[in-house]
Design a protein around this ligand. Structure first.
Ligand SMILES: Cc1cc2nc3c(=O)[nH]c(=O)nc-3n(C[C@H](O)[C@H](O)[C@H](O)COP(=O)(O)OP(=O)(O)OC[C@H]3O[C@@H](n4cnc5c(N)ncnc54)[C@H](O)[C@@H]3O)c2cc1C
Length: 468
């Protein structure tokens, strides 16, 4: 394991914040009510809600590096009131239950705001919604309408997602070839590192131990081994997302893929009028490559694109500034906003997230072993981890509420989750799909071989369906 003592130099979210301290000794902890592995959002939120429900419990979070090292400190800062696979989940529910689940999902954004307000956590929170833009070619507008149809078929109201025609979309974004976009109010933008650090400091005040540079080496029968020190604990929360080691019950259930983010220098008001007009807006170029951008509070345009996959399902967090992985977000950004050049890009960073088989995130608790687990968020875990943190806390404490009665909740061990196939299938699948999607996007963008666009679209949809 590489020893990561410093945050990546070119990670925008850390600018102006104090660097994490280097190795602090592991406190002498005798036994715990709950040991949490990983202090990303899942670990932090679970500790927060556990402490609310059981104020006297001794709770510790063990983090192999520092607070915010993982995806939680490296993402694009979209706080979504929803989760991956939402249409499938909601579409399968009876009406009354669907409305309850929708409220939980849509309520995430304001629930996070309420916690931030209560504890004076300043994370540059801006609830300005998200626009999935048909930004470059007409096929994107067709995809947007097909997606909207699926959203409506899953019973979601028009207030949650609606189509904005070009003139309305142009009030939010300026793009030379904009056709319109799907708008949802259920998204805020944040500085995720500020949220991680703010939550960690709140938790310390509440009496939760956060132990950095503390690697959990093994988990067994109400015991964790941390930096070679065995420790008894009543409950164990596995919140390590893209890093599951071989001993981890989720090691075959999640596949780490990486995503790459760039951010510009601080742009002037005039430059924003030429690009993203609405402060705090989250936006995406609606294509299969999965892109995400935001106009950040500090005036930087942040823009990311998925990514890559390493043979053997290895998570990746170390990237140099000239890594070829940053070509994709740079190319997309320039296609969307031709006035921005490579010289305007000041920050580059990346990290790994985890995909569950079937792209359905999960939150579970096995009462017999005392092990709780959550994850498989895909690229949509910033908000979902808040919901799942509360869910895990309620499952562990047997509180019982609407949170624990959701279709994404698993009672028992995670064996009912599908395994990913063994190599080389994931590697071949990822790279084949990636090339297919890139070819489809390039042909449509360049308006070349128009007769091939429809068959390629059908093939891409079919291929995506095979792994969902
Ligand atoms: C580049 C990028 C962009 C993204 N953009 C968005 C976005 O805009 N919106 C969104 O909703 N989602 C986004 N995501 C996904 C989102 O960031 C994640 O789903 C979410 O942060 C997961 O949180 P987590 O706490 O489960 O995992 P993590 O944040 O990865 O935390 C896991 C922690 O566990 C620690 N750990 C692992 N193993 C051990 C061990 N054995 N012992 C001790 N500690 C251990 C790790 O060091 C890590 O800090 C993005 C992800 C990436 C990588």
């Amino acid at each position: 394991m590489p020893e990561s003592t410093a945050v990546p130099q070119n990670l925008l979210w850390w600018q102006g914040l104090p660097e994490p301290e280097s190795a602090a000794p592991c406190p002498d902890l005798q036994s715990l009510d709950a040991a949490i592995v990983g202090d990303g959002f899942t670990g932090l939120w679970t500790a927060y809600f556990l402490k609310q429900l059981r104020p006297t419990w001794r709770i510790a979070i063990f983090e192999q590096h520092y607070v915010g090292y993982g995806a939680s400190g490296r993402n694009g800062g979209w706080l979504i009131g929803g989760m991956a696979g939402q249409e499938d989940w909601l579409g399968s529910l009876p009406d009354s239950q669907r409305q309850q689940s929708q409220q939980l999902l849509y309520g995430i954004v304001e629930s996070v705001r309420a916690v931030c307000d209560a504890h004076q956590i300043d994370c540059d929170f801006n609830h300005a919604g998200v626009l999935y833009a048909a930004a470059r070619y007409p096929e994107q507008a067709h995809s947007a309408h097909a997606w909207l149809k699926a959203i409506q078929a899953s019973g979601q109201p028009e207030s949650a997602f609606h189509w904005l025609a070009k003139p309305d979309a142009e009030n939010l974004l300026h793009m030379p070839d904009l056709y319109g976009g799907l708008y949802s109010p259920h998204c805020a933008t944040i500085n995720p590192v500020k949220l991680c650090l703010g939550l960690a400091s709140t938790l310390r005040e509440m009496g939760v131990q956060i132990v950095e540079r503390a690697r959990v080496e093994e988990v067994s029968n109400r015991r964790v081994t941390v930096n070679s020190q065995p420790l008894r604990c009543g409950h164990i929360v596995l919140a390590s997302e893209a890093f599951p080691p071989a001993w981890h019950p989720l090691s075959r259930k999640r596949l780490p893929v990486y995503s790459n983010v760039i951010a510009t220098r601080s742009l002037s008001d005039h430059e924003w009028q030429q690009t993203v007009k609405k402060p705090g807006l989250a936006f995406s170029d609606l294509c299969r490559s999965i892109t995400y951008g935001q106009r950040s509070q500090g005036g930087h345009m942040v823009f990311g694109a998925r990514g890559g996959y390493q043979f053997g399902a290895k998570a990746r967090f170390e990237f140099t500034q000239n890594d070829p992985a940053f070509r994709a977000p740079t190319t997309f950004l320039q296609r969307l906003f031709p006035s921005l050049t490579e010289q305007d890009i000041q920050y580059r960073w990346a990290g790994s997230l985890a995909m569950s088989r079937g792209f359905r995130p999960f939150a579970g608790f096995d009462k017999d072993s005392g092990i709780a687990y959550a994850g498989g968020y895909g690229g949509e875990g910033v908000g979902a981890s808040h919901l799942f943190g509360q869910t895990l806390a309620e499952l562990i404490t047997e509180t019982g509420s609407v949170f624990t009665e959701q279709p994404w909740v698993i009672r028992g061990n995670p064996s009912q989750l599908k395994n990913w196939e063994a190599e080389p299938m994931p590697w071949l699948g990822y790279h084949t799909l990636g090339r297919l999607f890139a070819l489809e996007d390039w042909l449509c963008h360049e308006k070349k071989l128009p007769w091939l666009h429809k068959p390629l679209n059908t093939l891409s949809r079919f291929a995506s369906g095979l792994i969902s």
